[in-house]
Design a protein around this ligand. Structure first.
Ligand code: ZN
Ligand code: ZN
Length: 245
């Protein structure tokens, strides 16, 4: 007589054969379960040093005696109350984010989203909803997914916080390389809009993106989110680009 437990076990076994329990960086089998970092690779991730004072604008380490880091000092505005980040965008973090975005690897959102969930648990922020930075419809069609949305869903699910796609991207942005601050901000004008069927009024919003470089995109999305009159607005990114980039 075959029991339900045996059938379940059989399917779990089949699933494990199809999807090996492996570390996304070295491929080693891991005790933590499917698609989780092995302890060695986890230790080598370029975490932002949280024993140092953090910049309230981006979550990076403060690199001078000033109240914000040099990256935030170059920007005239950070429309959010506080910004956080988990990793420095270099080495394995850079590699993982690039593979997730450009090599059709949405499964990497799981270990990376878990890093965001761990950081959020540690920070114990008061949040009602997570809003991911949207991709343009066409870009999402060609990529097949929005990496920020996937990261938000993994983190939201683990923390029991709903993810709402309250912002839509209505324009495509041209290349930002070589542009100065004003040109970057001007090029993002009118690119984002609030969705009329979702209300953010009175909610404590956490805006989530994969990487912060200058913060121009997050600033443009924040301006749109603030039109929805949230009670508060904080920002988290998986990785912060160090100044040398
Ligand atoms: Zn590993
Ligand atoms: Zn900063």
């Amino acid at each position: 007589m075959v029991t339900i437990r045996q059938i379940k076990k059989f399917f779990i076994h089949l699933f494990n054969l199809a999807v090996p329990l492996s570390c996304p960086l070295c491929g080693a089998e891991t005790e933590a379960g499917f698609n989780s970092f092995c302890p060695e690779c986890y230790r080598k991730l370029p975490f932002i040093d949280d024993t140092q004072p953090a910049c309230p604008g981006c979550g990076g380490v403060l690199d001078s005696a000033l109240a914000v880091c040099s990256l935030c000092l170059n920007e005239s505005e950070r429309p959010w109350q506080r910004g956080y980040s988990v990793l420095e965008y270099r080495d394995s973090a850079r590699q993982l984010v690039s593979v997730m975005k450009y090599s059709n690897s949405p499964e990497l959102a799981r270990p990376l989203g878990n890093l965001l969930a761990e950081k959020l648990t540690e920070l114990a922020l008061d949040i009602d909803v997570i809003v991911p930075v949207p991709l343009h419809f066409w870009r999402q069609c060609t990529r097949g997914y929005n990496q920020s949305q996937l990261l938000a869903e993994v983190a939201g699910k683990r923390l029991g916080i709903p993810v709402v796609n309250a912002v839509k991207r209505i324009g495509l942005r041209s290349r930002q390389a070589g542009r100065n601050r004003q040109e970057r901000h001007r090029s993002l004008k009118g690119i984002f809009a609030l969705r009329s069927d979702i209300s953010l009024e009175g909610k404590r919003v956490l805006l989530l993106d994969d990487v912060i470089t200058t913060g121009a995109t997050l600033t443009a999305v924040s301006r749109v989110v603030l039109k929805g009159k949230p009670a508060s607005l904080q920002v988290i990114t998986l990785a912060r680009t160090p100044r040398k980039f």
